[in-house]
Design a protein around this ligand. Sequence first.
Ligand code: HEM
Length: 432
Amino acid sequence: MRITSGGPAPEDDPGPDLSDPEFFGTGDPHPVWTRLRAHDPVHRQCPVGGKPEFWAVTRYAEVSRVLARHGEFTAARGNILTTLGQSDIAGGKMLAVTDPPLQKRLKEPLVPHLARQAVREFEPALRELSRRLLSAGARQDTWDFAAQAAFYPIAIGGLLLGIPEDSWNRLKHFTYAAVAESDPDYAGQGASRSAVLNRAHSEIFLHFHSEVTRPGRADADDLIGVLLRAAPDGEPLSREEVILNAYSLLIGATVTTSHAASGGLLALLENPGEYARWLETGDTTALVEEILRWTSPANHALRHTTSQVRLDDTDVGAGEPVTAWLGSANRDERVFPDPFRFSVDRYPNRHIAFGVGAHRCIGAHMARLALTVLFEEIARNFEQFELAGEPRHLHSTFIAGIKNLPVRTVLRPEGAGLRDLRPLGETTEEAL
Ligand code: HEM
């Protein structure tokens, strides 16, 4: 694939289209990112098919700088590519698209509840959810791990935001549609991308609107209760701020964690020597860090420059969009020796899968715990896991995801108890 550097590309060879969900759904971005890191680390993505142009940084150093320096690179005009060219109505009200110092008001009330120590209270519930996820493998030898794993984060969102199980299927569908509106499984027949996005956003907002207006909801011992009771600097959050930030937490939790799980399992199956080494050492903490680096489920983050800046040796004008590709930064050969080797005990492992700076993921401790517990349960309950078909990937520029991961499994005697559990994906909810 030809790499275009600066200036308009010739009509007949526009180079890679980093804004094309199809490219990430069916293609392999790694060879493209590797060439960009080597030859064009501050790449100008030329307009393709009438879409707006933007800059793309792919090295660890520039990705970290774009995300860390909020004074130079603002998130307030949107933090994902699908919002490019439109003004983000949530800017200044939702923490993901609000810069410091205003962001502090939205983030501070939540931080203590998602701290490392605080999330430990969820460990028994996460273990039970993991076992339900894996129970599909106790009933059939061949099953779809990714399809089951897709319910794990909405269940985690359920723990944090008080979402009842009979809403999981519906909210899971709309959170995915909100980040993968072009994916054939979410696009809907003949609906435009904006119609799919609008429906997804309204369904999620409606859910949280009815939640926050429910009498007594502020007393609940969950993050919606925390947001409703919060009064930073003596001023309560508005109802709109509560709904937008509940939305942000749901999207953050739902669309990422399951892909780390499926991508991590796939990496183990493709590297049986590493799988065996992990079982031998039992070091699931190091495994999870390598899974996060390897899968980098949040593929990119978008920012806009606040003034002219020099990135590497390229001048980027004021007000221009810059995308920071986390999946590429986490394979940067300048930082990670042998970056394309999946190594269950990689050390040091300074990956930036959770981002950098003021917008660094608030759910990182919860995600790490959820993944650790899940992989511990995999090791405890299964003798063997092997690939039983081709994985199918999500069509999304934002989420590096796996939709289907057919596996064949052999249960250990310790796994017999899984047979009595109801699989996560088994729902009594009405079809959408
Ligand atoms: C493997 C799982 C996860 C990954 C890879 C991940 C990744 C990220 C990344 C890269 C960012 C920064 C985005 C930016 O700079 O624009 C972020 C922010 C965020 N994440 Fe996560 N996340 C994960 C799990 C979670 C969970 C479980 C939650 C909910 C508890 C969550 C909630 C959020 C929120 C609310 C933000 C915005 C924070 C801010 O702007 O201050 N994430 N996440």
